[in-house]
Ligand binder design. Structure first.
Ligand SMILES: *Cc1c(COP(=O)(O)O)cnc(C)c1O
Length: 404
């Protein structure tokens, strides 16, 4: 077993060697511009792009013409939100989203608000899921877009996408989902789930960084978006710019592997995740799970450890790559806005850890990570007077502290 151990697969994933192998010829051998229509170099590149387009489409039950290649999910999210907002402006100015969305959605919503759109950010329940009755009530005759993510990048919870899609279509509202964490991990079907727009990123599914896609529905109903990048008219005018052929080939290959291996892989991922959870929770008390365990990616575990300090915990497990629920923004340590939206208190938000299990993790690594966490939490709690008091049955929240 090699240290450090990478268990931060929601931040990014390594490129699968099988994906890399398919990409390599497109740097030095088949290097044509896919838009060059008059020679062999261009045709070969275009052929590769067409194949990738089909591989991406197949994974989500779309058609190749509905796939627009982008630089990643941030761009796909921007194109979806700003593109719909601009295109449907005559129809209405109201957009609905959630507080737990990725910044690519949250910051787009803020920008659109500045541009005169009205954005409703619905609360989520304690388990991280949207309340469908809240959603139904929030829709008005001015609502043009609902953007709700498929799987959350911190707590892995899966929103009821099919129910949201059904509701959106009943009400004639466009439905976008940021499915960056869900694509290739759990089944997604844009037809069965009534999804109109769906964001994808390659580097979260063992493909290269800097490439992604936006699915744009062409029928029932036909969705139109205003481009945010002009010039050259690539991708049916929706996203100009020379196609990144090697990256696109990588995205396609990553999609095909995920589609083939998803049934077995998701079982294996859940086995590893559950093993990690059981091992930790059998040895430590006062460990809290953030987000629904029932509606969740098989790869994700997000735990808060009471009576330890977040930074000390992370430092104690410094040969393990995971993420914490605190984000260092300038000098202050801000607790995760996702956990905050679930109603997790500051203390527990600061001591949360996101484990992102991935394709290349092993059982041995899972056990090592669990044991490192257990050791570290035990050690930190031994130094904690609060933990000792709590163990003695004193309600720590009711203790009044001397001011000096
Ligand atoms: C990673 C991520 C993004 C951003 O994707 P990039 O391809 O890195 O721009 C957007 N949304 C979610 C949910 C993500 O996890």
């Amino acid at each position: 077993m090699k240290l450090p151990i990478y268990m931060d697969n929601h931040a990014t994933t390594p490129v699968d060697p099988r994906v890399l192998k398919q990409m390599l010829p497109f740097f030095t051998e088949v290097y044509g511009n896919a838009a060059s229509r008059n020679h062999e170099f261009g045709w070969k590149a275009e052929e590769a792009v067409d194949k990738a387009r089909r591989q991406v489409a197949d994974l989500i039950n779309a058609t190749p013409k509905e796939i627009v290649f982008t630089s990643g999910a941030t761009e796909s999210d921007n194109l979806a939100l700003k593109g719909v907002a601009q295109m449907y402006r005559q129809k209405g100015n109201h957009i609905i989203s959630l507080p737990t969305e990725h910044k690519a959605i949250g910051d787009c919503c803020k920008r659109l608000e500045k541009d005169g759109f009205q954005v409703s950010i619905l609360p989520v329940r304690k388990d991280g899921l949207v309340d469908l009755d809240d959603l139904r009530r929030a829709i008005t005759d001015k609502t043009i877009l609902i953007s709700i993510m498929a799987a959350n990048n911190e707590i892995g919870v899966l929103q009821p996408i099919a129910e949201i899609g059904k509701l959106a279509h009943e009400k004639g509202v466009v439905f976008h989902t940021d499915a960056t964490q869900a694509v290739g991990k759990v089944p997604l079907d844009v037809q069965a789930m009534n999804i109109d727009l769906l964001s994808i990123s390659a580097h979260k599914m063992y493909g290269p960084k800097g490439v992604g896609a936006l699915y744009v529905r062409r029928k029932k109903p036909r969705i139109q978006i205003t481009p945010i990048i002009d010039g050259g008219g690539h991708e049916r005018g929706m996203r100009s710019g020379t196609l990144a052929v090697p990256n696109i080939v990588g995205l396609g290959a990553a999609c095909e592997i995920c589609q083939k291996e998803m049934p077995q892989e998701s079982v294996r991922m859940q086995g590893l995740r559950d093993r990690l959870q059981k091992r930790i929770q059998s040895r430590l008390d006062e460990v809290y799970i953030n987000g629904s365990m029932e509606h969740r990616l098989p790869q994700n575990l997000n735990l808060s450890f009471a009576y330890v300090e977040g930074e000390s915990l992370l430092m104690g497990i410094n040969d393990v790559a995971v993420s914490s629920g605190s984000a260092c923004t300038s000098a202050t340590l801000e607790p995760s806005y996702v956990l905050k939206a679930l109603g997790v208190g500051e203390d527990l938000a600061h001591t949360s850890i996101r484990f992102g299990v991935g394709r290349f993790n092993t059982e041995e690594e899972i056990d090592y990570v669990a044991d490192r966490v257990i050791e570290t939490v035990d050690r930190l709690r031994e130094l904690s007077p609060l933990y000792e008091m709590a163990k003695e049955g004193i309600d720590v929240s009711k203790v009044s502290w001397a001011s000096e």
